[in-house]
Write a protein that binds this ligand. Structure first.
Ligand SMILES: [Zn+2]
Length: 136
């Protein structure tokens, strides 16, 4: 298969893969695995290189760090005190890219479930939500 990713998409994907063993992502993987669902990790040919991919269900789970992906929680509203202009531009670009990737995934027929970092401390609650997302 030809590599259809642009250079910037590819480097984004690589950075995602390098960050793949973050704690929130491990929490989600463990919960989902324990429920008996099997998945693929970081599928590069899909928009945004989704974290967990369930090909037969046509579903993906995205695990988002609150700061980097601008969650509505308080950690997602923080802008570092130095180089504010740089950070607000960068973080806004992240958010825009997330929205673009979600649109592209939906266009391809994928269902999307976003898990925010701050939600991974409520594991029972999260497990229920993940289960009902995946089983339907
Ligand atoms: Zn959050």
């Amino acid at each position: 298969m030809t590599d259809v990713l642009t250079r910037s998409q590819r480097s984004y994907c690589m950075s995602r893969i390098q960050g793949k063993d973050t704690k929130p992502e491990i929490v989600v993987r463990r919960l989902v695995f324990a429920m008996g669902f099997r998945y693929r990790l970081h599928v590069r040919k899909l928009p945004g290189c989704p974290d967990l991919v369930f090909p037969s269900r046509k579903k993906v789970i995205l695990v988002h760090g609150c700061f980097w992906h601008r969650h509505t929680c308080k950690n997602g509203q923080v802008i570092p005190k130095t180089r504010r202009a740089f950070w607000s531009k960068k973080l806004r670009a992240n958010k825009d890219r997330d929205a673009r990737n979600r649109r592209a995934l939906r266009t391809l027929g994928w269902d999307i479930f976003v898990v925010w970092e701050c939600q991974t401390s409520r594991q029972e609650w999260l497990a229920e939500r993940l289960h009902s997302y995946l089983e339907t």
